[in-house]
Structures are given as C-alpha cells and as structure tokens.
Design a protein around this ligand. Structure first.
Ligand SMILES: [Fe+2]
Length: 299
C-alpha cells in the first residue's frame, strides 16, 4: 500500500497510512511526510510498535537530533531511564517505578501540561518532535495541539501589526514558576537563562507566519512584566480556542509527529498511579525566522 495522508482536521492534523516506521523510508516517502508536515504540522501514525532504536532511526531520516548541550538542561537529571537521544515523558524513574509526587523531576514534568512549543527556551528551538506511545493510562493523558498559523491568521489587523516585531524572552524558569515551582538551584537558574525569540516566526518552507508562543515566554523586550504577561495570556487564550485545537487520544503504538515551529501542545491530566510511558525524539531546528531579519537575534 503506498503512503497516504488523510486529513483528521482540515490542514492541521493528518493521519499517515501505508508505511512501517521500523523500516527505512525511500526518498519519495520522506518527501511525502515532509510535505505533509509542512501542510498539516501534526501527523499521526497508528500501529507502530517501535523500539527506541527504531524510533531514533526513523527520526534521523528527517535530520539531525536536537543537541541538548545547549542551555536549558535540567541539572542533576543524569540518572536516566532511557539511552542517548531518547527523552523520557513517562512518570517512571530509572528503576521503572512511578515517580513520587514530591519528586522535583515530577514538578518539571507537570509543567508540560501548560501550552508550549518544545525547546523554545533554547537558542535553537526544536523543529519536529516525535512522541511514541508505549504504555497508555486507561483514562486521560491526551495530548492537545494548537495551530499557531491559524491563530496568527485570525488576529485582528491591529494586533497583527502590534505583534509583528515583538521579541519575547523564554525560559523554563517562567513556565515552572507558573505552576508554583520556583525551587531551582543556582546552576539551574544559570542553565535556564532566558533566550530571545520573535513572537511571530516564518516557516522556512511555506513562508507562513505563526505565533511563537509558549508558557516558557515570560517577558517581552521593552515592556513591563505585568503588561507583557497580560498580553501573552491574552494571545495564548486566543490561540488555544477550540477552533484551533485538536485533541489526540492515545492508543498503544501511536507515533505522533509535530512541527514546533507552527504549533503549541500540552499534555493532559491522568491518574498518576497508572503508568504512562511515552518517549520522545526531537529534531534540531534553525533559529526562529522573524518577520524582519535581525529581530530575533539574542542581545
Ligand atoms: Fe512538549
């Protein structure tokens, strides 16, 4: 069966059929998936029982993995359950036990339930994220996606003109403070030093504009903090209205791939006494392209 992509929502989420993600793709299949990512920005692959090596090999066909040797890493999180290149979005510790509710690693994970774009707190934010569902709780644990191109398009003309040249500061410090988790070490505060990102970014292939928002954004250059936070809240409310949002309900073996340059996403609540084992591979991206060259450069 040749590869096919069927819309789940018009021009936002597509369902891919006709490929086995454990097998190497040919050039036409890679091109079809990349074109699908450019058009939709979220692609769902069902019935893909991947090992970590399978997932890494599949991901690398679309580019280089994200380089985590950049600011933003969680200090002291070296006791990992998974190998290099695999990001652990489970609620399990390195021994396979459910993480304590008081564990600060759990606090970091809880922050993923706020709307965000992966690695917007790094100088080079993520391009694609690929999340593989290995063990899925019986209730909840959905992942929601918001279309930031549609959200940008729907802004009123005055707000569009206002956001065009704005630059935000993103940091894990802001997103974790939003859930009351402020107990960060000096090393973590240094590693989470805010980075600057344009509020409107341009897709390098399609040229489409999208709002580059995330709960990691906590300041706007040249604005007071209260004014910036209120405006970012308002934009986030606008961008995450139901008409821009798709909810993915996980089945074991799902692989979901999204373009962080044109979407936000958030994890949804589940019973923490049940195991959730989802594993992410992440493609490195390019510096966000601002509307006017130079706007997004770090100070
Ligand atoms: Fe994420």
């Amino acid at each position: 069966m040749p590869i096919s992509i069927t819309p789940l929502t018009p021009d936002f989420v597509g369902e891919v059929a006709g490929i086995d993600c454990r097998e190497p793709l040919d050039a036409a299949e890679i091109a079809a998936i990349e074109a699908g990512m450019d058009r939709y920005s979220v692609l769902v692959f069902h019935d893909q029982p991947l090992s970590d090596d399978d997932q890494l090999a599949f991901t690398r066909q679309f580019g280089a993995l994200e380089n985590y040797a950049t600011p933003g890493h969680i200090v002291g999180h070296q006791q990992k359950r998974l190998g290099p290149g695999m990001a652990d979005f489970s609620n399990l510790d390195k021994d396979g036990n459910i993480i304590s509710a008081e564990d600060r690693i759990w606090f970091f994970k809880l922050g993923d339930r706020l709307w965000h774009s992966d690695s917007s707190f790094r100088p080079i934010p993520a391009k694609y994220s690929l999340l593989s569902g290995r063990i899925i709780p019986t209730w909840g644990a959905d992942t929601e996606f918001a279309d930031m191109r549609a959200a940008y398009d729907a802004l009123d003309p005055r707000t569009k003109a206002m956001v065009e040249d704005l630059v935000c500061e993103h940091s894990l410090i802001y997103s974790r403070a939003a859930i009351g988790f402020t107990d960060l070490s000096d090393d973590e505060k240094a590693a989470f030093k805010p980075v600057r990102q344009p509020l409107v970014r341009i897709h390098p292939v399609t040229g489409r504009r999208s709002l580059f928002l995330a709960s990691h954004a906590g300041a706007i250059v040249g604005w007071t903090i209260p004014e910036a936070r209120m405006f970012l809240n308002e934009l986030t409310e606008h961008a995450t209205q139901r008409e821009f949002v798709h909810c993915h309900k996980w089945r074991v073996g799902d692989l979901v791939m999204w373009d962080n340059r044109q979407t936000m996403h958030r994890a949804r609540r589940f019973d923490r006494n049940e195991v959730r084992d989802v594993r992410r591979t992440t493609l490195g991206g390019e510096a966000a392209i601002p509307v006017k060259t130079g706007i997004g450069e770090a100070a």
